[in-house]
Design a binder for this molecule. Structure first.
Ligand code: AVJ
Ligand code: FE
Length: 445
């Protein structure tokens, strides 16, 4: 039998305070995103791709009730009768507006009632002994779940028509980045994690991966870079597209990133209801995997694999170990990365020198999710924890992996090991990309 040393009372209290802080931060954001619009906007469908905002809100409360009130707390259900309505697998997003959902006032009352019970559970829970509560995992999982839906709700806001209701200060200024690309030498590195307490099941376990030498861009592809592809008629030349990507481009009639428009001979983009000139130095956002792949081919490059992306982000050649984040093991601050909806747009390239990886790759965390060329699959030794519907049921080649989080992602839901996934045609998410390529023989010396 193995025994883990008990957490001291002080460690337990620190952990409880940290949990309360991340849960409270998530709730402030959910509240801000839902209080920003009226009841009509909360209940209507802004896009067939998205739930009504009021569904996300009550679903957040329902997940919290299932895991923290009933399972961890062993308490009586608050609203067992609504479990089915808020089970994401029972009703497709497109059908959710027609369901007999809780109205805005009821949904707000429900999430508050659940949260009050959870804070009481948190006060009394023993935070060790059972995998679900070890290191307060279930609380961390639920805080991440709420923040993931907060990012989804932010994407719904981006799709919403009407006057702007969200505002945030501009991101820091960009700067000239000395090298456009870096070579990552061949060799093994540790991918995934077995030690990060709140890492989700698909990030586990840590395992050695050999990665051949590759070259990767030091910054994400910008709107200016991408505009060159648009103006070179890249959307009209099948040679840059995969057969599936081209078929989708044809069928959907796509000729530019989502939310871009040509107006009187110049390009503008709409961001949370504001039309503005295309910001040429900002990472491009709202592109699909297919568009990312086509751009990369046109540029004579390719998308990085997921392992390449993670090695560029975490591998420290000096120590041979993998870091939690590109800059080291410290949690992200405002100096490191554009996260947490602090700015409601990606920051210009070069804005985060303090967030660079040891090899000088920047803005890997935050700004825009980055498409990789990899299918979503479990790592060797993957084990479902604590439920198969978070990751396992999505392990399939029809989903592509995205990495690094966006300006809409909270730090609690973003790590060097964090894995997101979506269909390759999706672009309502805050998705961009960077390019990679095989080294030329002379670069390998
Ligand atoms: C990890 C973003 C793909 O939103 O579908 C939310 C997160 N899982 N509720 C999603 C999630 C269950 C998930 N993604
Ligand atoms: Fe969910």
């Amino acid at each position: 039998m193995t025994t883990t040393p008990d957490l001291t009372t002080m460690e337990q209290e620190k952990l409880r305070a940290h949990v309360a802080e991340v849960l409270t931060r998530a709730r402030s954001r959910s509240t801000a995103l839902t209080d920003a619009v009226d009841d009509h906007d909360l209940t209507r469908q802004h896009s067939r791709l998205m739930s009504p905002l009021v569904w996300d809100l009550a679903h957040i409360g329902n997940q919290e009730e299932l895991w923290l009130v009933r399972d961890v707390g062993g308490r009586d259900p608050v609203r067992q009768d609504i479990d089915e309505l808020y089970d994401a697998f029972k009703h497709a997003r497109v059908d959710r507006p027609a369901l007999p959902l809780l109205g805005p006032a009821e949904a707000r009352g429900y999430v508050t009632e659940v949260r009050d019970k959870v804070l009481d559970v948190l006060d009394h829970a023993v935070l060790e002994g059972r995998p679900l509560v070890e290191g307060a995992f279930a609380f961390g999982m639920i805080a991440q779940h709420e923040q993931q839906h907060d990012e989804t709700m932010l994407a719904t806001h981006q799709l919403r028509a009407g006057a702007p209701v969200l505002d945030a200060p501009p991101p820091p200024r960009g700067r000239w980045v000395p090298a456009a690309e870096v070579l990552v030498p061949a060799g093994p590195f540790t991918m995934g994690t077995s030690t990060e307490p709140w890492a989700l099941d698909n990030e586990r376990p840590a395992h050695q991966v050999h990665v051949d030498a590759f070259v990767i861009d030091t910054t994400p592809v910008t709107c200016g870079d991408y505009l060159a592809f648009v103006e070179a008629r890249g959307y009209h030349d099948p040679q840059w597209w995969s057969p599936t990507g081209w078929a989708h481009r044809q069928q959907a009639g796509i000729t530019a990133p989502r939310f871009w428009e040509r107006e009187d001979g110049r390009w503008v983009r709409t961001r949370f209801g504001v039309r503005e000139p295309l910001p040429l130095d900002e990472p491009v956002v709202h592109v699909s995997f297919h568009e990312a792949e086509a751009y990369a081919a046109w540029a004579g490059k390719r998308l990085p694999t997921e392992a390449e992306w993670e090695k560029a982000a975490r591998f420290d050649p000096a120590s041979g170990r993998s870091r939690r984040y590109p800059w080291g093991d410290e949690d992200p601050t405002a100096e490191h990365a554009n996260l947490g909806q602090r700015h409601l747009r990606p920051a210009p390239v070069g804005a985060y020198p303090a967030g660079a990886s040891p090899l000088g790759v920047e803005q890997l965390i935050g700004d825009v999710w980055e498409w990789t060329s990899s299918d979503f699959a479990g790592y060797p030794g993957f084990a479902v924890f604590p439920y198969p519907e978070y990751s396992q049921v999505f392990f399939a080649p029809k989903f592509k992996v995205l990495r690094g989080g966006s300006f809409g992602t909270d730090p609690v839901a973003c790590r060097g090991t964090f894995r997101n996934w979506d269909y390759p045609i999706r672009r309502q998410i805050f998705s961009g990309f960077r390019c990679a390529r095989d080294p030329r023989p002379e670069e390998l010396g």
